[in-house]
Design a protein around this ligand. Sequence first.
Ligand code: NDP
Ligand code: 2IT
Length: 446
Amino acid sequence: MKQIIDQFIADVQQRNQHEPEFMQAVREVAETVIPYIVKHEIYHGKNILMRMAEPERVVSFRVPWIDDTGEIRVNRGYRIEMNSAIGPYKGGLRFHESVNLSVLKFLAFEQVFKNALTTLPMGGGKGGADFNPKGKSDGEVMRFCQSFMTELFRHIGPNRDIPAGDIGVGGREIGYMFGQYKRLKNEFTGVLTGKGISWGGSMIRPEATGYGAVYFANNMLATRSNQLEGKQVVISGSGNVAQYAAEKCIQLGAKVLTLSDSSGYVYDPEGLDVGKMAFVMDLKNNKRDRISAYADTYPNVSFHAGKRPWEVPCDVAFPCATQNELDQKDAKQLAYNGCFCIIEGANMPSTPKAIKVFHKHQMLFAPGKASNAGGVAVSGLEIAQNSLRYSWTREEVDERLQAIMTDIHDSCVTHGKEGDHVNYEKGANIAAFVKVADAMLAQGVV
Ligand code: NDP
Ligand code: 2IT
């Protein structure tokens, strides 16, 4: 088996040189899915996983824009249209200086599997630019978004490819991009998700990824007759996903001890509360300031510059910042401190060696493609509401989100049960593979 997997990885590697994040994502899937393919004859001789590892289309384009001093700047924009077997391409846009082809291909590949798990008809894609929104004025961000959409608009559409937010792309950026798309096409359509409530957005979309990850955590904990209430929780990040994961943890009676950003983490031994969360949201979403200001404002809170929060003893950890932010050493520290449950809010935040540590200690480990699928699931519900030209209430959307997260959890259990233990990584990969692969087989060699 190892030989078949190694040969597959070597073949993919050969045509994707210098793409470490993409290769990491493919290898993780191959290690669990190839043994399944070997056991199931209908997939033999179809080269199905190799076809999944090849994007249907990759677009790369120049994004010129003018900064506030009048200087002309150039960034690189991308859209990876990975797989449309079960629905139009769907996935976020990331604006961050680290964006490159490898990062977006890994995200697009993960997105195909994640979207299949949501139970909704969405293919997978991802895009973005190596633009750093930090320190840019509103006017600069608007001009960048308009220039980005002036090329992207040719490739997307409500039945073709429906982008959304990701790191560095929130409500403000979606608004500017939607405005430019509408102007260029002279059409008001649901071409992006994460829109404002008054112009086609869905209730609960901003909250959905964080809330969904916490609902998933409670489903997992329930398998061990446990729950989040009363647990000590460590969260990384302080953006969209981290904020709403923290909010829901607090609502459910857990104690949230940390948040972070790329400068370091804050540790609040008394735990965050509703008032402190309002401060964090204003700090990050309106003032666009650093999380260290939290420690400057509240007593007994410490800021740990250049560090990640995994050294803080906890029961449950939610990595919600970025890829490879939790390594083998961090995983060992978490296990040593008694942490028994890790729920990925971010995409691929745990390194492969960290995941080995989680499995070795039989910790409850939820891979992002399952546990952070709530965001894209509510994006799917936003598409449905746009098609109906109708909007559901907050309660209706939240109920659907909870049902979807339970469904994803059950799929992971069905395909990932190993004796008394559930390997959620294997379960998620196989459940998603079966759905996408069966659709691809039915549609022939396209
Ligand atoms: P935001 O831009 O709102 O927040 C990102 C957070 O992560 C910030 O606190 C940021 O700190 C931190 N961060 C980003 N890059 C790094 C880095 N290299 N090192 C350390 N910290 C970093 O993004 P989101 O909250 O939307 O996304 C977070 C993660 O969740 C990503 O992996 C994303 O792909 C994933 N995700 C997002 C979904 C969504 O609906 N938004 C859905 C599913 C997954 P700083 O401000 O200092 O950069
Ligand atoms: O990684 C993700 O799932 C997202 N950034 C959300 C994608 C979406 O289309 O809502």
